[in-house]
Design a protein around this ligand. Structure first.
Ligand SMILES: [Zn+2]
Length: 313
């Protein structure tokens, strides 16, 4: 886990990624660019005069099947898998250019982003990283759905899902300080039920879905090949949660518990947490807990853009 570095990080070179949006089916070309320390994650619509939307809780739009950001009527849709990969890989600052409204779904997981970041490398920046250190519990409950965040060192997530067959109940606990995001979480793919497919297509909600970018579940199990993990479904929910909680603007230091939650619950927790100023404090990551970084390297040259690495969905 690169995320424990006490200094902020960006990508060492730009990354270009092409694909289609899961919900819109729209083709999109995306470029990730290194960004200065302190700038955070900022999306930029190159098809709309480089209109910028920062990845933070103030810009969260209507949330149901995916997490979207909106500012002044401009939309950026399905941000969660990229944001998850950025948090998981310990990237604080990046500009995300895209020429359409929805991020590419790629293979339905965050692994292509992780691979791309590993390919270009990570650059350490000269600014202390701040975390949102949780001081007391903040909880959101809605019917039988629940999510809460509690004080705790590091960043750990306990997630329980209870879906109709063939998924059923799955639970996992992930300690992001100890587990390797790239190996345990990033490969877990999004999923959907064959029985829901026609209804969702009729509603225009999954125009880009195909057997290459989502696990399609029949009555007995996956219809398109083997799972990457026995508990891939709950791992994907953890992936989504990490991406949605990135909208807090900084890495969370605490323990998250989620039961039957989804994007709306995840982002509701972000809003409630940020509003309750007595529930958290900004804290620096201590230098002595810094984990060894395999790919990071020190440089003060913050503005060098190297040639992009091209990757297709
Ligand atoms: Zn997802």
């Amino acid at each position: 886990m690169a995320g424990l570095a006490h200094l902020e990080q960006t990508i060492a070179e730009s990354i270009a990624i092409e694909g289609i949006g899961l919900h819109s089916g729209a083709p999109v070309t995306m470029r990730l660019l290194p960004a200065p320390a302190g700038s955070g994650i900022v999306f930029r619509r190159t098809d709309l005069d480089n209109f910028e939307i920062a990845a933070n809780g103030r810009n969260v739009a209507k949330v149901s099947y995916a997490t979207s950001l909106m500012r002044q009527g401009v939309l950026i849709s399905t941000t969660e898998h990229l944001l998850s990969a950025l948090v998981g890989m310990g990237i604080d600052n990046v500009i995300v250019e895209l020429d359409n409204l929805e991020l590419p779904i790629l293979d339905g997981s965050a692994l292509p982003y992780v691979d791309a970041i590993r390919t270009v490398g990570i650059r350490t920046q000269r600014r202390r990283r701040e975390t949102i250190r949780v001081l007391r519990a903040v909880e959101v409950r809605e019917g039988n759905k629940f999510i809460g965040v509690y004080p705790g060192s590091g960043y750990s997530i306990q997630y329980t899902i209870d879906f109709p067959a063939p998924i059923g109940r799955q639970a996992t606990i992930v300690d992001l300080a100890a587990e390797t995001y790239g190996e345990w979480i990033a490969p877990a793919r999004t999923f959907g039920y064959k029985a829901d497919e026609q209804r969702l297509r009729d509603m225009g909600l999954i125009r880009g879905a195909n057997a290459g970018n989502a696990i399609i579940l029949g009555v007995k199990g996956p219809e398109n090949g083997p799972l990457r993990f026995d508990d891939e479904f709950v791992r994907h929910k953890v992936l989504d949660l990490i991406g949605d909680l990135a909208l807090a603007g900084r890495r969370i230091e605490g323990h998250v518990v989620a039961e039957r939650a989804g994007h709306a619950m995840h982002t509701a927790l972000v809003s409630r947490l940020l509003k309750d100023r007595s529930a958290w404090e900004l804290a620096h990551v201590p230098v002595e807990t810094e984990a060894p970084r395999r790919r990071g390297h020190e440089t003060a040259a913050d503005d060098v853009l190297a040639s992009p690495v091209l990757m297709s969905a």
